[in-house]
Design a protein around this ligand. Structure first.
Ligand SMILES: *Cc1c(COP(=O)(O)O)cnc(C)c1O
Length: 392
C-alpha cells in the first residue's frame, strides 16, 4: 500500500510514515563520532579507545566500529574473543583488547586475528605463557583488581609478577589496566583508593602503558587518565556520571508505532492485573513495543513492585509532550495516557519516541529502576535499524 492510496476514511493518520515496521531505531553516527571526539578532548594527553562490547552497546558493531575508526580511534575493547574476531576485519590495523582474557581452547583466535588478551588471573597467565612458548611472542595486557573484586590479579600478585626472576623475558604486557567500581559517583572514596592502588601496581611495570578510566573515569579528571582511556557508555550518548548534566549527544532514538487510540472511562482498568485504574475519562494510545523489545516491564506505570516505592513509570514523547506510561508493559504492547494531548492529535500509525533527543535515555532507565546500559544492550531484534551517516 502506498501512502497516497490511504483514503480519508482510513483510521491511520495520513501524515504518519507508512512502512512495515512497528518499532524502529535511528542511530546517529554523526553523534557517535562527535561523542568520541568529545571524550578524546576530555581525555587530554591520554589516547582514547572505544569500547565495542555487546554489539557496540546495542548500536551495531560494524557501523559503530567504522565510525570510531573514522574519527581516529585505534584502540578497541571487546568482551569476548568472538567479538574480537568479528571486529578485526573492520579495523585492520587497530589494536583489539579482549577483556575476558585467554581461555584454554581460544588461544588460536588471539594469534590468527591478532587480538590482545587482557589476562586477569594466574591461570590465564599460565595459559598465555604456554601459548607463546608454543606459537611465539604475542602482545598481552594485564588486568589488576584494585577494589572491584571482578577480574584481575591482586596488586601484590601483580607486583610480585613484575619482580619475578623466573618471568619469561618474552612476557611483556603492552598495557596494565584496572576498572573503577564507583566512577559514576565522583565523591566516592573508592575512586581515590583505587587510584592509589593502581599507581602502586603500575610502578612495578616501568615503561608499560596504563589505563584506568571508563567513561565516568574520564570525567574524574586528569590523574585518572594515564595513557589510555576506555569510554563506552558516553560514546553511545549515555550518562556516565550520576546526577550531573549529560554532555553527550543522544545517539539512539527508539520509537514505536501506535496501533490504536482508545477512549476509556473513569473507573476502568488498563492492561494486565487491572493494576492501573483510571481516575478520569482517558484517551489511551496502545504502542507496538514491549518487554520482548527490551522495553522493560519495570518501566510500567503501575502493577509492578517498583511502583510501590513511589517512583513514577516511564514516559514517551509524542506530538510535543511527555505522555506517561499507564499500566503494565506487556510482551509486545504498552499503553500511554494521551488524554492531555489535544483531541485528534494522536492517530493510529503515529510513532511515539520511547527514548532519544526528546526523552533522555537515562531518565527512562531511572524510571525503570535501571541504567541506560541495560536499555541499550537489551534492544531486541524486532526493531528496524536506520543509520544516519556520519558523512552526510
Ligand atoms: C565496559 C567496560 C568499560 C567501559 O565502561 P563505560 O562505563 O561504559 O564507559 C571500560 N573498561 C572495562 C574493563 C569494561 O568492562
Amino acid at each position: 500500500m502506498t501512502k497516497s492510496s490511504i483514503s480519508p476514511a482510513s483510521p491511520f493518520s495520513s501524515t504518519a510514515p507508512i512502512g512495515e515496521e512497528h518499532a524502529r531505531l535511528t542511530i546517529d553516527l554523526q553523534a557517535l563520532a562527535d561523542n568520541w571526539r568529545l571524550m578524546a578532548r576530555k581525555s587530554g594527553k591520554a589516547r582514547t579507545a572505544a569500547v565495542l562490547k555487546a554489539d557496540a552497546y546495542g548500536t551495531g558493531l560494524e557501523p559503530a566500529a567504522r565510525t570510531f575508526y573514522g574519527a581516529g580511534a585505534r584502540d578497541f575493547f571487546v568482551a569476548s574473543p568472538a567479538e574480537g574476531v568479528a571486529l578485526r576485519p573492520l579495523v585492520p590495523d587497530a589494536r583489539i583488547f579482549v577483556l575476558s582474557g585467554m581461555w584454554p581452547g581460544s588461544e588460536r583466535l588471539f594469534f590468527d586475528y591478532d587480538l590482545v588478551p587482557v589476562l586477569a588471573s594466574q591461570g590465564q597467565l599460565a595459559v598465555f605463557m604456554a601459548a607463546i612458548s608454543e606459537r611465539g611472542d604475542h602482545p598481552c595486557a594485564l588486568q589488576v583488581d584494585t577494589g572491584m573484586n571482578r577480574l584481575g590479579l591482586s596488586v601484590p600478585d601483580a607486583i610480585a609478577l613484575a619482580h619475578d626472576p623466573a618471568r619469561p623475558a618474552s612476557f611483556s604486557p603492552v598495557l596494565i589496566l584496572s576498572h573503577l567500581a564507583c566512577g559514576d559517583e565522583p565523591m566516592h572514596p573508592m575512586n581515590r583508593m583505587q587510584l592509589d592502588r593502581f599507581r602502586a601496581a603500575i610502578k612495578a611495570f616501568e615503561g608499560v602503558e596504563a589505563s584506568l578510566a571508563n567513561s565516568a573515569g574520564v570525567f574524574l579528571g586528569e590523574e585518572f587518565h594515564f595513557d589510555l582511556t576506555r569510554p563506552g557508555i558516553s560514546l553511545y550518548g549515555g550518562a556516565a556520571v550520576n546526577d550531573e548534566p549529560n554532555p553527550m549527544k543522544p545517539v539512539v532514538t527508539a520509537e514505536a508505532r501506535i496501533l490504536q487510540v482508545r477512549d476509556a472511562r473513569i473507573g476502568e482498568s488498563v492492561s494486565y492485573g487491572a493494576a492501573a485504574v483510571l481516575t478520569r475519562d482517558s484517551r489511551i494510545a496502545v504502542a507496538a513495543i514491549g518487554y520482548a523489545d527490551g522495553y522493560l516491564r519495570s518501566l510500567s506505570g503501575a502493577g509492578v513492585p517498583l511502583r510501590q516505592t513511589g517512583i513514577s513509570g516511564a514516559s514517551g514523547y509524542l506530538h510535543g509532550r511527555a505522555v506517561p506510561l499507564i499500566g503494565r508493559v506487556t510482551m509486545d504492547l504498552t499503553h500511554f495516557d494521551v488524554t492531555d494531548l489535544p483531541e485528534g492529535a494522536v492517530r493510529a500509525g503515529d510513532f511515539i519516541e520511547l527514548f532519544g533527543p526528546n526523552m533522555p535515555i537515562e531518565k527512562v532507565a531511572k524510571a525503570g529502576g535501571t541504567i541506560d546500559y541495560v536499555l541499550l544492550t537489551s534492544l531486541g531484534p524486532r526493531y528496524r535499524r536506520d543509520y544516519v551517516d556520519a558523512n552526510r
